[in-house]
Ligand binder design. Sequence first.
Ligand code: SF4
Ligand code: SF4
Length: 224
Amino acid sequence: MENLNSIVNKQRTVFREKFKQAVNEIQELAEGIKPKGLEADIFTEFPPDSEGRKWQTEFLNLLENKISKEVYIKFQNILKERSDYKCLGCATCCNLACSEYSPEELKRRAENGDNFSKQFLSIFVPYKDKEEARKVYPEYIALLEENKEDEVYFYHCPKLTEDKRCSDYENRPQICRDFPDNPLCILPTSCGFYLWREKSEEQTLYLHAMIEVVEYYKEKIPVK
Ligand code: SF4
Ligand code: SF4
């Protein structure tokens, strides 16, 4: 069976491939509408009203009104496909939630109006220490230790019963209902959404790459 490390390594390799693909596609798009005979590239400083400036403006419109919208729609479709899968009740996500924020930081964020932090703190409490969390999902903790330079904090939900049921299911917050809302998050193989993640991963990485490339072009083309 594929282990967590190989999933993460594969993701990095795939992201590099998808990034190159996105760069090629965006470059082709720019070249495809380039005025005939123009030698300069899309990042050149052209005078106002020149052919080159019109090209840049048209290309930026394409990025904004076509490419970015397509990326958004495709991502929404991936999220919709999540409803073809369902939670199998393994309870891993209730038993081991991790956050880059400490309880104090989450509290500060919640006080400043961050809705996710508010919901998170309404259910999760921190593990005493990492070793306690390790007992729940040792492979996952090891993976984070290897790959994350920043501190990660582990939490669990006291509403989970001994027989892995939610004792307040009807009132569970939206973050529980939405989990997992990101097809790139690391899921245990026991998760009912694991196959959704597998199926969506490549396209999601491509869409992320596309967003990065589009943002790069928008920032570097000297037209404001
Ligand atoms: S509220 Fe229920 S569903 Fe949400 S984390 Fe706690 S036990 Fe799980
Ligand atoms: S990890 Fe997946 S299957 Fe397990 S409780 Fe969470 S959503 Fe359900």
